[in-house]
Design a protein around this ligand. Structure first.
Ligand code: MV4
Length: 654
């Protein structure tokens, strides 16, 4: 086994790999960008080296620097994690040339799966089921049109060099084909430098089911069951689970065999994932093979009890697979959700900021949390906005769903926008509970998953008000008794009215002081602090367990499994203020302008989409803040913009 390895990655996956290395007594070398100098993976590793500025291209993607650090530190092998250099042939090759073991498949396997058309031809030879289609070398447009007509509409045109949903066009009929082909080729040429396409029958509402495979250098290849990753939003996976609710034992064996055939066909070694799409009739078809460890590998670990990173290390060090196909366990059910720094309420706008509060459920046999950040760390705009993966396990799928809802309810994140409430609604949704998950679910159910801001229950405001009083009381206890600012003592009044705002809604809560407690209306109320944020509240006969975290004027109320954000309108802070008018429209974060959606002079309604930009690997839309006029655009498609740069000269109408 290796004595020391380098981890060419950051964030949660770097931390994940370090954990297994520690267990096996392997020393770890981290690399980091200037933006990550204080990151958790740097804190956990035995040694760490800066490889460049924040931009990935200048740091985590610098093959030369990473090889240099291997030599300098004496690392014998490199674990690439996922993303960055994990599926980069040149990197795997550079490792080999420098006598460093690449903890991943051989260069030829990465190359064979990199090009879709060539991979499909190989899969056809290996008798792996393929979606009916055309993947030939002849790219004559009239031939492609004839092939599409033969396959039957709808068809999907895919860029051969594409992946992860980029460079695809759905074509619904023969007369749409030529234009869609031209547009797909144009995108493929600019994005991948290769305009080769293939054509497939387009399956409606498929499930995304993938098989984890492992192969050793002796040629043994086995599958470790499937994962269902159908719950996606714009090709970003949101929830993954194992086993797949739609797959029975027979189909599992068939898919496992097909996946092993696919891996053998490219001489695979190490951990890999063979992606299939499956229709409602139980047919499944090869899509692509990911030649790396995947983000969602923990659900497979939970149902098999195996450490997949340990297997990767052992195989890379030349050991044989420790189990035969028949010995692979499948116990219970595991679900993973990806907690992202993004705001579902604002069109999933990525969010950046410092994690003022980051509390997660305690790890156990049922709950696992993989993360690269801790409370106090910052989510920056430079990398993927994933904050953490929350993984649960239980005996049955139903029990795992309840575990997940409980774990999400215990998760408290303040300081950046996040999708925890959204995840709770998704996992609790009837379609998800019933296992009716396909790739269109989130889009179809967006109204249920992102309910328009409704009036919050009065209880939320009452909890916030009681929490505010308890915070004030605590502050005053540590100061001189004469500095007490409780409204009723200053004014000698018996009633204190606290004002809160939540979205468009404002609410006053009046609380009367009564002996050693409070009265809300005619209900006696009390509040007890259990920790810095946990509260035990009694209102009338009701006991309420809640938590309230203050961040400036914001009060984050965690109640009944959901997080509510209120603003406490502190009269001392707001004295003398006048209402602010809306400012210009500026870039919410650094990124690239993708498209302008309106035109100068256009009169638009509140919420009208004005432009699309790409930031943190996500597309985000900038909307009109109110009814008004687009005076002019201050940017063009293709521009790289810094945070805060004005994008649109917008004139709000009164
Ligand atoms: C498809 C398809 C329907 N029919 N191919 C999207 C990403 C890439 N890996 C393959 N993708 C798809 N290929 C045919 N012939 C639908 C998708 C697809 C999809 C696949 C898996 C998970 C989510 C998806 C979301 C939209 C479309």
């Amino acid at each position: 086994m290796f004595k020391k390895i380098l981890i060419a990655n950051r964030g949660e996956i770097a931390c994940r790999v370090i954990a297994t290395c520690r267990k096996l007594g392997i020393r770890t070398v981290a690399v980091y960008s200037e933006a990550d100098a204080g990151a958790r993976h740097v804190r956990l590793a035995d040694e760490a080296y800066c490889v460049g500025p924040a931009t990935s291209r200048e740091s985590y993607l610098r093959i030369d620097r990473i090889i240099e650090v291997c030599k300098q530190s004496g690392a014998q092998a490199v674990h690439p994690g996922y993303g960055f250099l994990s599926e980069n042939e040149s990197f795997a090759q550079a490792c080999e040339q420098n006598g460093i073991v690449f903890i991943g498949p051989p260069v030829h396997s990465i190359r064979a799966m990199g090009l879709k058309s060539a991979a499909k031809a190989l899969m056809q030879q290996a008798k792996v089921p393929l979606v009916p289609g055309y993947h030939g070398a002849d790219q004559d447009p009239s031939l492609l049109q004839r092939e599409a007509d033969r396959i039957g509409y709808p068809v999907l045109i895919k860029a051969s060099a594409g992946g992860g949903g980029k460079g695809m066009r759905v074509v619904n009929g023969p007369d749409e084909f030529a234009a869609a082909l031209a547009s797909c080729q144009r995108e493929a040429r600019t994005s991948f430098g290769d305009d080769h396409v293939l054509i497939e029958k387009y399956l409606l509402q498929p499930r995304h089911i993938e098989i984890q495979v492992f192969a050793d250098k002796a040629g043994h290849t086995i599958s470790l069951n499937e994962r269902d990753c159908s719950a996606q939003r714009r090709h970003q996976k949101v929830v993954e689970e194992a086993p797949a609710p739609s797959v029975d034992a027979k189909q599992r064996v068939a898919m496992g065999r097909a996946a092993c055939d696919a891996a053998r066909a490219v001489g695979y070694v190490g951990a890999g994932t063979v992606e299939f799409i499956a229709d409602s009739a139980g047919n499944f078809y090869f899509m692509e093979m990911n030649t790396r460890l995947q983000v969602e590998h923990p659900v497979t670990e939970m149902i098999t009890g195996l450490d997949l990173v340990e297997w990767q290390l052992r195989i890379a060090a030349g050991e044989d697979l420790p189990l035969t196909q028949e010995q692979v366990p499948l116990n219970g059910h595991a679900i993973e959700v990806r907690i992202y720094a993004e705001e579902p309420e604002k069109g999933f706008l990525p969010s950046v900021g410092r994690l003022a509060c980051f509390k997660t459920p305690a790890p156990s046999a049922h709950v696992r949390l993989d993360t690269g950040v801790e409370q106090g760390d910052e989510i920056t705009p430079h990398y993927d906005p994933m904050i953490a993966k929350l993984i649960v396990w239980d005996r049955t799928r139903e029990a795992a769903i309840e575990r997940m809802l409980g774990a999400l309810a215990e998760t408290r994140i303040v300081g950046v926008g996040h999708n925890v409430n959204f995840l709770s609604r998704l996992v609790d949704h009837a379609a998800f509970r019933e296992g009716r998950v396909d790739t269109g679910l989130i889009e179809r159910e967006r109204a249920a998953l992102m309910p328009a801001a409704t009036e919050l229950p009065p209880e939320v405001f009452q909890v916030a008000a009681l929490a505010q009083l308890s915070f004030e009381r605590e502050q005053n206890q540590s100061a001189s008794p004469w500095s007490a600012t409780d409204g009723w003592r200053i004014n000698g009044a018996q009633t204190r009215t606290l004002q809160f705002a939540a979205g468009e809604q404002t609410k006053n809560v009046s609380i009367r002081y009564s002996g050693n407690g409070y009265l809300i209306g005619d209900q006696p109320a009390s509040v007890q602090r259990l920790s810095d944020s946990d509260l035990r509240i009694d209102i009338g006969q009701r006991h309420i367990n809640a938590a309230v975290v203050k961040a400036g004027e914001q009060m984050h109320v965690f109640l009944g499994g959901f997080q509510h954000v209120l603003t406490y309108v502190d009269p001392l802070v707001h004295a003398g203020e006048t209402e602010e008018t809306h400012g210009g429209l500026t870039a919410p974060m650094p990124g690239k302008i993708i498209a302008l959606l309106s035109e100068p002079g256009a009169e638009v309604a509140k919420g009208a989409p004005l432009l699309v930009m790409e930031a943190m690997k996500m597309e985000l839309t900038v909307f009109a803040p109110g009814k008004g006029k687009v005076v002019s655009y201050l940017c063009n498609a293709g521009d790289q913009v810094k945070e805060g740069v004005p994008l649109v000269d917008f004139l709000a109408s009164s």
